[in-house]
Design a protein around this ligand. Structure first.
Ligand SMILES: O=P(O)(O)OC[C@@]1(O)O[C@H](CO)[C@@H](O)[C@@H]1O
Ligand SMILES: [Mn+2]
Length: 453
């Protein structure tokens, strides 16, 4: 395993809070402590609930969890060394602690692996793992999701947009038989872009503030088009088409699409709608969703969020929304859709380490005809969260990661972006200095290991 920031020929250094004034620095200095404070506040506000459920034991657990979290906030703010994990509960402990040791090896003995001196990707992931450690160490509240309130609220606040989207989906699916290939392509493009822009709605960039979708997601697409900096959607389409095979009976079968999910709330609904369309249109035979095994980066999808969202959609008092929910539930039941999680998704590793460090997950992804990676954090892990030149190819930044044809659907919320045209970044910088971190711009960036020379 390569630890982040390891000096390697031709590979740029990791983004880090050690660059004072950088986005990484501001995140570690301001956004992460704000998120921690909100977590502490949420646990405290739920004190009565814990008491009602568990009596005095619940209160003791609440106090101890808060005390561990305050201690961590203090370590962060005073740039203390990153500590080894001690909960002994997760299957991931050895990976985290080995990663810390390697990081120490990279930085050398003179400099400690501390919050502001280490790679941003590492310390940011580590904070979420330590939040989970604090919760896990404190039964009986150890299955409490500290981000649940924000995720459910963001779902309810996007109701109007969800209804619009499900109504649109119904219109598309109802006429599927008579749909020409060019109309199908048009629908595909729209729903792929809806899923792309759904990524604007994460709660980590806003440090937990409301960031839900209020306007019609379909109507906004045209005006958002100029903000897509790289648009490889035609390659996603051709990958799906070339995965289609003629069976012996003359029936066409299509490929398997894996979606590496990002946020719950509106973004998840956009992903489910896209997945529904892919299956209903015959562009995909099977969808595998990949989520997180514990609460992560404020709004990321866990198994619980996934099931809850489908149940809520089914129970909605809106004809097309509930119809969609019922359909999704039956796709799951029939195995056309499936939900998976793997500890690797909640490790700090760059994806180029996956083949060596999580060979089982790598092999799973190799079974897909197309893997869609949602969101900013997945993009950071795809590209290693490094100071790449903006004109470096996506394939170069992937550094050998390529289990299957893949595509990143990401709105830009961290200062990393590869695969741009010469001069494109400079122009953006002069027009809009925050272009990499505001979530206003997006990319649909594709790579296929099959097209390697
Ligand atoms: O992966 P997501 O949900 O699109 O974004 C997660 C995110 O908000 O978290 C970090 C902020 O701290 C940024 O890297 C990134 O923008
Ligand atoms: Mn996220």
């Amino acid at each position: 395993m390569m630890a982040a920031d390891q000096p390697m020929h031709g590979v740029p250094p990791s983004l880090s809070a050690k660059v004072v004034g950088s986005f990484a620095y501001l995140t570690v200095k301001d956004r992460l402590p704000t998120i921690l404070t909100k977590v502490i506040d949420t646990i405290h506000r739920n004190k009565n609930k814990f008491f009602e459920e568990y009596g005095e034991e619940g209160i003791t657990a609440e106090k101890q969890t808060i005390s561990l979290l305050s201690k961590m906030r203090n370590e962060l703010q005073t740039d203390k060394p990153v500590l080894a994990l001690t909960d002994g509960l997760g299957k991931d402990i050895d990976y985290w602690n080995q990663y810390l040791q390697r990081q120490q090896g990279v930085q050398g003995d003179q400099e400690s692996v501390s919050w502001f001196k280490s790679p941003w990707l590492y310390v940011e992931c580590y904070m979420y793992r330590r939040i989970q450690e604090a919760v896990w160490l404190n039964p009986p509240i150890n299955d409490y999701d500290v981000f649940n309130e924000g995720k459910t609220q963001s779902f309810f606040e996007s109701q109007q947009a969800v209804m619009t989207l499900c109504t649109y989906l119904e219109g598309v699916n109802k006429n599927m038989e008579e749909t020409s290939k060019s109309q199908l392509l048009e629908h595909f493009n729209k729903l792929l872009k809806v899923s792309l822009w759904g990524n604007k709605c994460d709660l980590s960039i806003s440090a937990g503030q409301d960031n839900s979708q209020k306007t019609s997601p379909i109507d906004s697409l045209n005006s958002l088009e100029p903000f897509i900096l790289v648009d490889d959607s035609n390659m996603v389409w051709s990958t799906l088409i070339s995965a289609q095979r003629q069976g012996q009976s003359g029936k066409t079968t299509s490929g398997r699409v894996d979606i590496v999910l990002d946020n719950a709330g509106f973004e998840l609904v956009t992903d489910l709608v896209l997945a529904d369309f892919l299956v209903a249109s015959g562009l995909a035979r099977e969808i595998h969703f990949h989520g997180k095994s514990f609460p992560w980066f404020v709004s990321d999808v866990t198994a619980n969020d996934f099931q809850w969202t489908i149940k809520q959609t089914m129970a909605a008092n809106h004809k097309w929304m509930s119809k969609s929910g019922v359909q999704w539930q039956s796709y799951l039941k029939e195995g056309v859709w499936s939900y998976h999680d793997h500890p690797f998704w909640t490790l700090p590793h760059e994806f180029c380490d996956m083949a060596a460090d999580a060979p089982d997950l790598y092999a799973t992804l190799q079974g897909a005809d197309l893997v869609l990676f949602k969101g900013d954090l997945n993009y950071r892990k795809l590209t290693g969260d490094r100071e790449w030149d903006h004109t470096v190819g996506f394939d170069t930044a992937l550094r050998g990661f390529g289990p299957a044809p893949l595509c990143s659907l990401r709105t830009l919320k961290a200062n990393i972006q590869v695969g741009l045209q010469p001069g494109q970044a400079m122009k953006l910088c002069s027009q809009d200095p925050d272009w990499m971190t505001s979530g206003k711009y997006a990319v649909v960036q594709f790579y296929s290991p099959n097209s390697e020379q």
